[in-house]
Design a binder for this molecule. Structure first.
Ligand code: NAD
Length: 307
């Protein structure tokens, strides 16, 4: 099958590309290397990689010519902190270019648009824990969250009464091999790298803030399953398990046999106190469930950082 992947040199995108090529698909991949890495690209199979914005005129013409059946849209300005510092950059990559992409796909034979939205930001500081797909009791606390929530609505509106259906997956906090250990997001990679190098990890705030950590391969299986379902889907993809940053840090400390204590600094703008997703709908509609618990996922990260 002919498939487009945007953001294919990124953390999640590169794992998706590996799986799709392994299944024998023909891929047209876009990445502008805003945060993507050449090191992530060890692909083998039938693909072309375009090093450009997916929303450029040239890229949109290539997409039209390629005539895909499915588009996995993962490219994004992916950092909450950067979105606070530079909301114009965020909206350019996370709203304006995706609208161009959608417009092109709607006027093509493409049947499915799969989008990685953000369950950790679109619901803001939710009243209900775990948070279900229809819980809009609160507003996003960052431009990144606002853009993801808006794009969810734009996708629903633009694709209605067209032959393009959508799978919008609200991902919780994804972790796994290839996640940048030097970035400011991706706490499992960052802390693992610190403990491995005998350095103290930094916790912003009290460390009692919670997240729903899901292993990257569980996300890939949900993305691929959702691409095969014809109906529109709007689903949370998380584990439903709440873990505090202090708990996470303590587990990693044990994994890396470290005796170093974290350093505590002031909480950062746009960060939430609690975040955990209700995944009941995804379990039912995708016949999917997470296969990795946090300990087994952390071992995969440890083996990647320290092979
Ligand atoms: N990692 C998580 O915990 C998480 C959680 C929820 C949602 N998401 C979403 O999943 C997707 C993948 O995230 P990730 O963690 O792999 O981040 P990532 O930064 O590793 O991947 C994003 C990729 O998109 C590329 N990119 C950005 N703008 C582009 C553009 N205009 N044209 C072409 N390429 C562009 C980047 O270079 C990068 O390779 C993103 O949409 C992100 O918002 C991630």
């Amino acid at each position: 099958m002919k498939i487009i992947v945007t953001g294919g040199a990124g953390f999640i995108g590169s794992h998706l590309v590996d799986s799709l090529l392994n299944d024998g698909h023909e891929l047209l991949i876009f990445d502008n290397f805003l945060t993507g890495k050449k090191d992530n690209l060890s692909f083998d199979g039938n693909f072309r990689l375009v090093e450009d914005d997916f929303g450029s005129e040239d890229s949109l013409a290539l997409i039209k010519n390629f005539d895909p059946e499915v588009c996995f849209h993962l490219a994004a300005q992916s950092s909450v902190v950067v979105s606070v510092q530079d909301p114009v950059l965020d909206f350019e990559h996370n709203i304006l270019q995706p609208i161009q992409l959608l417009h092109t796909l709607i006027n093509s034979n493409c049947k499915k648009f799969v989008f990685t939205s953000s369950g950790g930001t679109i619901f803001g500081e939710p009243e209900n824990i775990p948070t279900a797909e229809n819980d809009y009791s609160s507003e996003p606390a960052s431009p990144y969250g606002v853009a993801k929530k808006k794009l969810n609505e734009i996708i629903k509106t633009m694709t209605s009464n067209t032959t393009l259906s959508y799978s919008i997956l609200n991902l919780s906090n994804v972790y796994g091999p290839r996640q940048d250990p030097h970035g400011e997001a991706g706490v499992v990679s960052i802390f693992s790298n610190k403990y491995l190098n005998g350095e103290r990890p930094v916790i912003y705030g009290s460390g009692e803030q919670t997240r729903d950590y899901i292993f990257v391969q569980d996300v890939i299986s949900a993305l691929i399953k959702s691409s095969k379902i014809q109906e529109d889907l709007f689903l949370n993809i998380g584990t439903g398990i709440e873990t505090s940053v202090n708990q996470l840090s303590a587990s990693l400390k044990t994994q890396f046999l470290s005796d170093l204590e974290p350093i505590f600094k002031d909480a950062r703008d746009g960060e939430l106190q609690r975040s955990v997703l209700d995944n009941t709908k995804a379990r039912k509609l995708l016949n999917w469930e997470p296969q990795y618990d946090l300990d087994s996922g952390m071992i995969e990260v440890k083996n990647w950082i320290n092979p």
